[in-house]
Write a protein of this length. Structure first.
Ligand SMILES: *Cc1c(COP(=O)(O)O)cnc(C)c1O
Length: 461
């Protein structure tokens, strides 16, 4: 499998090169030259395969020239000791993507990316140095994904006083090969510093620098796995509660039996509602659908940063400044992965596969309240945007939502306790987050200044 830029198909590169360079030389994003197909035998068994096996079957065609099958199997086993439970809440399903160590779906991409980078860099005598700026969530998933991974050092830059205490511990509480730098400035300042470091000739000579942001193909492809796995499970009429904790208050009472719900889905392709910001998650869903997983379409759910729902409605794509909302991991006015969607499919094709809807903060809060009161289920603000987007389509009598439907739970509600708990009361804590809160913050503080950042980075040299 070769990769080409979204801006020109002339220079095809390997998976390894696309992953390690991140962005194509012409400024475009790397996309696979074509989308591979699952074999009929794999499609048949998606509903019964172990999650790790689905990961191998899904990722292998994209990486097979660079990563042998046996290595990929080890990577999947060590990256995914958790999976993605599909459970029923009322007459819908929730695909819970927050059972990884940082309690958000970004763990699926970051943990595979870390292992892929380490393998692709084997035999190099210098370590690879990953530099990443974060406004909160990405930094934690990248830090955790790369923690203790051989041959790689990571430095995360985050804006002082602008991440939550939990996020700060996820970013700066690991130590070892993960360094955290608190910048006396904004997220934009952090990003500008990272950019300046990448174009500094002296640094380039002395360190092998790379990035790990969400446009990297090695983060995108593994996100197709949970779509295929859960679509297969629903199609088979099964449940996969997996014994993992779900944030549910038993006394709230689940009104519809799990078994009845899942039996009703058997033999029918599923619709996924995807709470979206940069649209990496939804792009990965489209890959799973095109590979042949039993998926009938998607709902692109956003907060008031509704660039893509507006595009789907009017056919005009207009990037905007982002606005702050309760679902802050989706506060994106110029979604970077949309360039992939726009290059790989026409407007008409996208419209056939995706419905759009946007949700305000007031609707988000009342949705958390309603779903908790009705089902005893705790939604986080991002999941609530997804749930409410389906309600909006339902109120418009949009028939595309008829049939099996799963809303993606992209973060555990305890990660956004300051929004959720005033509405629902105390949330049962995610076991991984409990441990994170015990960590000590180990970060260096620097002013917004390239020389200060260089001094920190060159300490590794
Ligand atoms: C990153 C993130 C999103 C948005 O995902 P995209 O791939 O950027 O669309 C949604 N919810 C949570 C909790 C996130 O961390």
């Amino acid at each position: 499998m070769k990769y080409v830029s979204t801006r020109s198909r002339s220079q095809a590169v390997s998976f390894g090169e696309a992953a390690l360079t991140g962005l194509a030389p012409d400024g475009g994003l790397f996309i696979p030259e074509e989308i591979p197909q699952y074999s009929p035998a794999v499609i048949q068994s998606l509903g019964t395969m172990d999650f790790r096996d689905t990961a191998v079957e899904t990722i292998r065609p994209y990486v097979k020239d660079d990563i042998p099958s046996s290595v990929l199997e080890d990577m999947a086993a060590s990256a995914y000791p958790f999976s993605a439970p599909l459970i029923s809440v009322g007459d819908r399903m929730m695909l819970e993507l927050f059972h990884g160590p940082t309690a958000a779906f970004k763990d699926f991409g970051a943990r595979f990316m870390a292992r892929a980078f380490s393998y692709l860099r084997r035999g190099e005598d210098r370590p690879l140095h990953i530099l990443v700026a974060t406004s909160g969530d990405t930094g934690g998933a990248v830090a955790d994904g790369f923690f203790n991974i051989e041959g790689i050092n990571v430095t995360v830059l985050y804006p002082k006083g602008r991440v939550t205490p939990l996020q700060e511990k996820q970013i700066a509480g690991l130590g070892g090969n993960i360094s955290a730098i608190e910048v006396e400035g904004s997220f934009d300042d952090c990003q500008a510093l990272v950019k300046a470091a990448f174009s500094d000739a002296d640094l380039k000579k002395r360190l092998d620098l790379s990035s790990a942001n969400s446009i990297n193909v090695s983060r995108l492809i593994p996100q197709a796995v949970y779509y295929a796995a859960s679509a297969g499970i629903a199609f088979a009429g099964r449940t996969n509660a997996d014994g993992e904790a779900t944030p549910r208050n038993e006394s709230g009472g689940i009104t519809i039996s799990q078994d009845r719900r899942f039996a009703a889905a058997a033999g029918k392709p599923i619709l996924f509602c995807v709470p979206s910001g940069n649209f990496g998650n939804l792009t990965a869903g489209l890959y799973a659908m095109k590979m042949g997983a039993p998926i009938r379409g998607f709902v692109a759910a956003t907060n008031i940063n509704k660039t893509v729902p507006d595009y789907l409605e009017h056919g005009i794509y207009e990037e905007r400044q982002s606005k702050a909302t309760l679902s802050n991991a989706m506060d994106v006015g110029a979604p970077s992965n949309f360039e992939r969607m726009k290059t790989q499919w026409s407007y008409d094709e996208l419209k056939k596969m995706i419905r759009g809807a946007f949700v305000t903060d007031d609707e988000t809060r009342s949705c958390i309240d309603r779903v908790y009161k009705q089902f005893g289920y705790y939604l986080d603000p991002h999941g609530a945007v997804g749930w409410n987007a389906v309600d909006i389509l339902s109120a418009k009598n949009d028939r595309s939502i008829d049939g099996p439907l799963a809303v993606l739970g992209t973060a555990h509600p305890a990660k956004f306790a300051e929004t959720v708990e005033p509405i629902t009361g105390e949330i049962p804590m995610h076991p991984a987050l409990k441990d994170v809160m015990k960590r000590e913050v180990l970060s260096k503080t620097i002013p917004v200044n390239l020389e200060s950042l260089k001094a920190e980075l060159l300490r590794y040299n």
